[in-house]
Ligand binder design. Structure first.
Ligand code: MRU
Length: 344
């Protein structure tokens, strides 16, 4: 199951705003529509944003000047343009910076050669993301016992990556290993990534699951219905503090109170070791209209109501039991152990 395809220099993506009702594949033909697709969450999920942004550059290459000086200048502008799409998921910046670096190393080559090098690097980022998900899933599944009841938030599966996912990838692997997991899915207001996307993915994978309202989590924990919580991440600072979908921090506090393991699953590309602590991470604030309406429908409040819509929150590393990565599982003390494992 895939969320994007790059074939014969053409980029196709599954429009996630149409799920679960319709599976609509769209071709991306301009960098402007690529930026819009990210902003509007047609394409979303931290690791997928990195792969998608790299391919957005690939489909834009022929629109750039043939003269090297201008080509390089316009290319830099294209990187900067895509970086304006969303601020929190570091994978977007990581992938574009990686292309930027490879270009800098090869500036003496011809425009044609540089274009080929960019496409090759984008494909490599894609392949690495797929294998990263596999490795991470192996490490994560080893932490789960048979018949584990897992709570998850937002969407972290094959829609959010170009492989099988991060937090959901761990659960898919546990299922493959015959561990029979049951998943409780937070609906994830306001854009319902849990209800629309995670519930859809879990059905496709035939995994036993229950959709719950976001505010059910505490009660389920109190009733001892949850054995562990696994979430993804959009950016992890050197301290282990983690930015993820709004509502993640609530779960971490609840898990601490109820003594339930709270795991974050993320690839190396989601770490930002240039930032020492969580407060340094830019948290995206989106249009309040997303809160005032459910999926663009009728107002659920007086139309004039002011709404606050932070898309992500910060979970302090002290509330995280372990961070599952493609390099292994990181335990506290995070500052020391992240540095040992993560090459950045
Ligand atoms: O706003 P979204 O849907 O892009 O938010 C996504 C999340 O918060 C995910 O948990 C995160 O990107 C990890 S995806 C493997």
């Amino acid at each position: 199951m895939k969320s994007i395809k790059f074939k014969n220099k053409k980029l196709f993506y599954l429009d996630q705003t149409k799920l679960p009702g319709q599976e609509v594949w769209r071709e991306l033909t301009t960098i402007q529509s690529g930026q819009k697709a990210i902003k509007s969450l047609r394409v979303r999920g931290a690791p997928l944003l990195g792969v998608f942004a790299a391919y957005c550059i690939c489909i834009h290459l022929d629109a750039l000047s043939k003269r090297k000086f201008f080509f390089l200048k316009q290319l830099k502008k294209s990187f900067d343009f895509l970086k304006t799409a969303r601020p929190t998921a570091v994978n977007l910046f990581w992938a574009l910076d990686r292309l930027d670096k490879v270009v800098s190393k090869n500036e003496s080559k011809t425009v044609k050669e540089i274009k080929e090098i960019i496409i090759k690097e984008a494909k490599l980022i894609h392949q690495e993301d797929i294998s990263t998900c596999e490795k991470l899933a192996d490490f994560g599944a080893a932490l789960l016992k048979n018949d584990e009841n897992i709570l998850t938030h937002c969407n972290t599966g094959f829609l959010a990556t170009s492989g099988q996912g991060t937090a959901l990838g761990v659960i898919f692997k546990a299922k493959q290993q015959g561990k029979n997991p049951t998943v409780y899915i937070d609906e994830t207001r306001p854009l319902l990534q849990g209800a629309r996307l995670t519930a859809w993915e879990l059905r496709k994978k035939k995994i036993k699951s229950f959709l719950i309202t976001d505010n059910s989590a505490a009660f389920l924990m109190q009733k001892k219905m949850i054995d562990s919580i696994i979430v993804g991440a959009d950016r992890i600072a050197a301290s282990g503090d983690t930015a993820n979908k709004i509502g993640t921090y609530n779960l971490a506090v609840l898990a601490d109170y109820h003594n339930i393991p709270f795991y974050v699953a993320a690839p190396q590309s989601t770490f930002d070791l240039s930032l020492q602590k969580g407060e340094d991470i830019v948290i995206e604030k989106r249009d309040g209209a997303e809160v005032k309406k459910v999926l663009g429908g009728a107002f659920i409040c007086p139309a004039e109501t002011k709404a606050l819509n932070f898309a992500f929150d910060l979970t302090p590393s002290g509330l995280i039991t372990a961070i599952i990565t493609d390099k292994g599982v990181v335990y506290p003390p995070y500052k020391k152990n992240i540095k040992k494992l993560i090459k950045w």
